[in-house]
Design a binder for this molecule. Structure first.
Ligand code: OFO
Length: 165
């Protein structure tokens, strides 16, 4: 049975994962609007993945005897300076999510809630992958700079990555 304080923290994470999904969905619309079709597909696939993260938490809270709560979700940014700016923001956002997951894992451990601590290990591993993924894309964009041909190639690569998501 989850302690009320853990339910509250897990529900905050549910909200954050929802926000991540909305943020990436909104980013996919920006990419589409600017003609980055591969990036749009990639962000759309990633928005779906974030919904999966939300659902996994939602199910866990319910199964562990808590009540999953869906709160108000903040509107995401919809304006970006460039594809590089957008990807830099995804990377920053994933770093924030990692910090939140680490805080949650710490709270579970210090409350001797080993079941939740164990459940959260999936997220710890996932955040490692997500940071690696977005950092890798950002590094490539930084390498090509504002050069149109380079960005076109990256967009093509993102279309391939989207299929692998
Ligand atoms: Fe992108 O990992 Fe969930 O939020």
């Amino acid at each position: 049975m989850l302690a009320p304080a853990m339910v509250e923290k897990l529900n905050e994470q549910i909200n954050l994962e929802f926000f991540s999904s909305n943020l990436y969905l909104q980013m996919s619309a920006w990419c589409e609007d600017k003609g980055y079709e591969g990036a749009a597909e990639f962000m759309l696939a990633h928005a779906d993945e974030e919904m999966g993260h939300m659902r996994r938490l939602f199910t866990y809270v319910g199964e562990a005897g808590g009540l999953p709560l869906i709160g108000a979700i903040e509107a995401p940014d919809h304006e970006f300076e460039s594809l590089k700016d957008l990807m830099a923001k995804t990377y920053q956002h994933e770093q924030l999510v990692t910090r939140k997951i680490n805080e949650l894992a710490h709270a579970a451990f210090t409350n001797q809630d080993y079941s939740t601590f164990n459940f959260l290990q999936w997220y710890v591993a996932e955040q490692h992958e997500e940071e690696k993924l977005f950092k890798g894309i950002l590094d490539k964009i930084e390498l090509v700079g504002a050069e149109a041909q380079g960005l076109y190639m990256i967009d093509k690569e993102l279309a391939v990555l989207a299929k692998a998501e």
